[in-house]
Design a protein around this ligand. Structure first.
Ligand code: BJ8
Length: 426
C-alpha cells in the first residue's frame, strides 16, 4: 500500500493483525503468480496498481463516496443488477471471496462440506478482514444454490443489513415473473436506502454505464481469439475480477486502453505465449479474487486459457441490457430480460449453458475444456458430467476438476493438467 490506511481499517472494525496477515499472503501470491509472468501487456500496470490498492485507495474512494451521501451495496452474485444500484445513487461492489480465512470459526457455523466460496465469505466476515463488507450499507444475498440460501439465514445473524432476494430456478414465464417481482422489490429497497427515486434518466445512464463495462470486456474477449493469444488467461481473469470492484467508468477506460494495445499485438503476432500453444477454455464455478490457483497451474504447465465460461467471465458479462427503453417500466423490463438469460447451474434444466460452452470453445478456438467445480458445489459438479459427455461427442477433450481453495492438491492437479495438455497435443 502506498499510504498508511491503518486508521481507516481500524475505524471499519477490521482486525488489523489478521488483515496484515491476509494482505501479506495476497501480496506474495500476486508477486509469484502475476508479476512473474512474461510478455504482459503494458496496460496491465493499471490492474497491478488496482490490486496493490484493493484494500487501500479503492476503500478510501468508497468511504469518500459515502461521506458525500452515496450508499454502498455489496453483492455475492451476478444476479444483483448493477443498473438498479447505480440508478439510485449507490455503488455496487462484489463481496465474493476467493481465499480460505478463519476456517475453524466458519466450521462452527457452517457444515464442513460447504463449498469454499461460501466458507470464504463467512471467513472474511468472522475474521474481520474485508473492508468492502464492512463499508457496505446493504449486503445482498440471493436464493440461488441450497448452500447460499441456507448460509444467508446464518449470515443474517452476523450482519445487520442483509437483504435477501429470491430467484427463480426455472426458465419459464412464472420464473421470469418471479425475477421481475424481485427486481421491483429490490428497486424499492435501494431507493429507500439511498432516499433517491430512480428516474428514467438515471436508469438510462446506469444501463449505459454498465453496458460500457461489458462492451469493453467483450472487446478484450474477442482479442483472445487470436493465435498467439495476446494476453494470458491470468491477466484476462484479473480484468474480469476487477470488474466487480472498480469505479465503472475508470474500469471501462482502462480495459479499452489495454484492448488498443492488444490490437497492435495481434497485428504484430505478438503473444503472451508462443503461437500454437495449446488453448483451453475454463468452465464452471466463479473464480473470485484471489483464487488464481487453477489458471496459474494451467499456464505454467504449457497451455494458455482463452476464455472463462463463468460468472467471473462470460456468463456474467456476455449479454447487454437493451438501451432502447424510455420509461422506468420499459427499462426495468429490459433489465429483467437481460438477467433472465444468465445460465447459472441453479436453473433446471439448463441447456443454454451447454450450448454456450460449445459456442465459446468454437469461437475461441479452444483445444479443450477444463471444467472447474468447487468441492461440495452440487449444481456445477452435477452439470459437469453431462457437459463432459456432450463435449466428448463433439470431439472436444474435457477434464473435470473438483477442488477447493487450499494448495494441498496443487501437485496432483498439475500432474492431471499436464497429462491433459499432452493428450491434446497428441
Ligand atoms: S449466478 S454461479 S454468482 S449463484 S460455488 S455458492 S453455486 S455451491 S457461486 Fe454463483 Fe450467482 Fe450462480 Fe453465478 Fe453455490 Fe456452487 Fe458454492 Fe456457487
Amino acid at each position: 500500500m502506498s499510504e498508511d490506511y491503518r486508521l481507516m481499517w481500524k475505524n471499519l472494525g477490521l482486525n488489523l493483525e489478521a488483515h496484515d496477515m491476509l494482505l501479506g499472503v495476497l501480496g506474495n501470491a500476486y508477486k509469484d503468480i502475476y508479476l512473474s509472468q512474461k510478455e504482459r501487456p503494458e496496460g496491465m500496470a493499471y490492474f497491478d496498481f488496482v490490486m496493490s490498492e484493493v484494500h487501500g485507495l479503492r476503500i478510501k474512494e468508497l468511504l469518500d463516496e459515502k461521506a458525500a451521501g452515496r450508499k454502498i451495496v455489496g453483492a455475492y452474485c451476478v444476479f444483483v443488477p448493477e443498473e438498479i444500484v447505480l440508478a439510485a445513487n449507490a455503488t455496487l461492489v462484489g463481496l465474493c471471496s476467493g481465499a480460505d480465512f478463519a476456517i475453524e470459526e466458519v466450521e462452527k457455523l457452517l457444515p464442513r462440506n460447504t463449498c469454499a466460496l461460501i466458507k470464504s465469505a463467512f471467513g472474511f466476515k468472522l475474521g474481520k478482514v474485508c473492508p468492502y463488507l464492512e463499508s457496505a450499507d446493504m449486503i445482498v444475498g440471493e436464493n440461488t444454490c441450497d448452500g447460499k440460501k441456507k448460509a444467508y439465514e446464518t449470515l443474517g445473524q452476523l450482519v445487520s443489513n442483509l437483504y435477501v432476494m429470491d430467484l427463480p430456478q426455472v426458465k419459464t414465464q412464472n420464473g421470469r415473473a418471479l425475477l421481475k417481482a424481485e427486481y421491483f422489490q429490490f428497486k424499492a429497497a435501494v431507493e429507500k436506502l439511498t432516499g433517491k427515486a430512480i428516474t428514467a434518466d438515471s436508469l438510462k445512464a446506469a444501463i449505459q454505464t454498465v453496458n460500457a463495462k461489458r462492451k469493453a470486456i467483450h472487446r478484450l474477449s474477442a482479442l483472445r481469439q487470436a493465435d498467439p493469444a495476446p494476453i494470458s488467461g491470468l491477466d484476462a481473469l484479473l480484468a474480469n475480477q476487477v470488474f466487480f470492484y472498480d469505479n465503472p467508468a475508470r474500469f471501462t477506460a482502462s480495459v479499452n486502453k489495454i484492448c488498443d494495445e492488444l490490437e497492435k499485438r495481434v497485428e504484430e503476432k505478438k503473444g503472451a505465449f508462443p503461437a500454437r500453444t495449446p488453448r483451453l477454455l475454463i468452465s464452471g464455478c466463479p473464480q473470485a479474487v484471489p483464487n488464481w490457483k487453477l489458471p496459474f497451474i494451467i499456464e505454467t504447465s504449457g497451455a494458455v486459457i482463452v476464455g472463462e465460461e463463468s460468472c467471473v467471465g462470460e456468463r456474467g458479462t456476455r449479454n447487454l441490457t437493451a438501451e432502447t427503453g424510455n420509461t422506468v417500466e420499459t427499462m426495468m423490463e429490459a433489465i429483467v430480460d437481460r438477467y433472465f438469460q444468465v445460465d447459472c447451474a441453479i436453473f433446471t434444466p439448463n441447456p443454454d449453458r451447454l450450448a454456450h460452452i460449445e459456442q465459446m470453445a468454437a469461437q475461441y478456438k479452444a483445444d479443450g475444456v477444463i471444467h472447474y467445480g468447487l468441492q461440495f458445489c452440487q449444481p456445477y459438479l452435477m452439470e459437469a458430467i453431462p457437459v463432459e459427455k456432450a463435449l466428448e461427442k463433439k470431439n472436444i477433450p474435457c477434464l473435470r476438476i473438483e477442488t477447493d481453495y487450499s494448495m494441498e492438491d496443487a501437485g496432483q492437479l498439475k500432474t492431471r493438467i499436464e497429462a491433459f495438455i499432452e493428450q491434446i497435443k497428441g
